[in-house]
Design a protein around this ligand. Structure first.
Ligand SMILES: C[S@@+](CC[C@H](N)C(=O)[O-])C[C@H]1O[C@@H](n2cnc3c(N)ncnc32)[C@H](O)[C@@H]1O
Length: 388
């Protein structure tokens, strides 16, 4: 054990007081946005339904109390489609006819994001950035992607069709930085295709600072524009704390963090003398993770399966946190045969998790926990400790 107390930061389902009916949202009521498909279901029921779903798929003998996190204001990232006009842009979603629906007051966003989106809308007008019109295929600005760190600092990415407006964005950037003093990183992401894709490959960072420090419950992470970060800061902290507590109890000498993103699990599992390797396909995420890596922790850019299959021996603990598709047959088969005594599998899709567990019958679930990373939707995170 590393001497730190187990994580106790959140009210668990068992201890929660009675909840009011679902969150009030005038966009939902007016059928302008129905993204929160469970909004009318009381949060307590959402949570018990998610637990029941997870338990039906993952045969763990022990379920730790669910981590609920807050009902509203929990998102650290706003992904806004831009519509409307230069004079009156909308930031939100597009309707079926591709007209913009403004969701700047979305109740899921942190208050810092909500306040900053107002300033970003003003910047669009000031810098004369024409919203991209999907029907006409005219205009430039497609999406605004805004992230707020736990310290309240901001990263803004403007997804544009081309670099045609770059000079105007640069010209008005000083106004933006002055109007939003917590803004640290600003970039243009170039997404030239007409396809419904959120962002493109090319990123032009416009500020001196290229990474946003993400300090989370003692973890010093950093996020660069194309890196992944869990969208619910408080629940992410609880997720990493859970992995840290299990790793402390196992006390492995060697750990792999596969699909590591900016390294949350790897950094949560550090201990004196322990060697940790994180593997991640996004070079940007690996660059950000490497910049914060303490001694003993190494990050590698590459495909998780290919990398694991190329190693001479398995470590004492493997952490996997794949995208919704799961780790798949090849990596699951390799883990099954590898001899790794412990695996921590954190999943945002219990169905692909169940498929992967069926491919690793020698690794049995010991303990599991549901974490409601995505309130008011059917999605959630589930983390499982497996032992051989
Ligand atoms: C659910 S995220 C988890 C990230 C990280 N563990 C965290 O807590 O923030 C999945 C990550 O897997 C990465 N990824 C996707 N396909 C991959 C692959 N084939 N090999 C390695 N990493 C991959 C994505 O870029 C993303 O960062």
């Amino acid at each position: 054990m590393d001497g730190r107390p187990p994580f106790r930061g959140f009210v668990t389902v068992a201890a929660r007081p009675p909840q009011p009916p679902g969150l009030e949202c005038h966009h939902f009521d007016a059928f302008r946005c129905r993204s929160c498909s469970l909004l009318e279901i009381p949060r307590t029921q959402q949570l018990s339904d998610k637990e029941a779903h997870a338990r039906s798929l993952v045969p763990a003998p022990t379920w730790l109390p669910t981590i609920a996190g807050p009902d509203a204001g929990f998102r650290n990232k706003a992904k806004m489609a831009v519509g409307g006009t230069v004079a009156s842009p909308t930031l939100g979603i597009l309707d079926r006819a591709h007209h913009g629906i403004d969701l700047r007051d979305c109740g899921l966003h942190s208050s810092g994001l909500t306040a900053a989106l107002e300033v970003v809308a003003g910047f669009i007008t000031r810098a004369d950035l024409a919203p991209y019109d999907v029907s006409q295929r005219t205009g430039e600005l497609k999406h605004v992607l805004l992230t707020e760190s736990p310290d309240g600092e901001l990263m803004l990415r403007l997804v544009v069709r081309s670099t045609a407006d770059e000079a105007r964005v640069r010209k008005h950037l000083p106004w933006l930085l002055e109007s939003l003093p917590s803004l640290r990183v600003v970039s243009l992401n170039v997404q030239p295709s007409h396809a419904a894709v959120l962002e493109g490959e090319r990123e032009i960072v416009l500020t001196t600072q290229a990474a946003l420090p993400m300090r989370l419950e003692g973890l010093e992470l950093a996020l660069r524009p194309q890196g992944f970060f869990q969208t619910n800061t408080q629940v992410a902290a609880a997720l990493y704390a859970q992995a840290r507590d299990w790793a402390s109890a196992i006390d492995p000498a060697t750990v792999w963090d596969l699909y590591c993103g900016v390294g949350g699990f790897a950094l949560a599992c550090t201990a004196p003398g322990r060697s940790i390797t994180g593997v991640e396909v996004s070079a940007e995420a690996v660059a950000a993770a490497s910049a914060t890596a303490p001694s003993g922790v190494t990050f590698v850019a590459g495909d998780a399966t290919e990398w694991a299959l190329g190693q001479p021996a398995a470590p004492e603990l493997v952490v996997v946190n794949p995208p919704r598709r799961g780790i798949g047959a090849e990596l699951a088969g390799w883990l099954e045969a590898s001899g790794a005594p412990h695996v921590i599998y954190s999943s945002c899709n219990a169905e692909t998790l169940a498929d992967d567990l069926a491919r690793m019958p020698s690794l049995r679930p010991v303990e599991a926990r549901v974490l409601d990373m995505f309130p008011h939707t059917t999605h959630y995170e589930v983390i499982v400790l497996l032992a051989r």
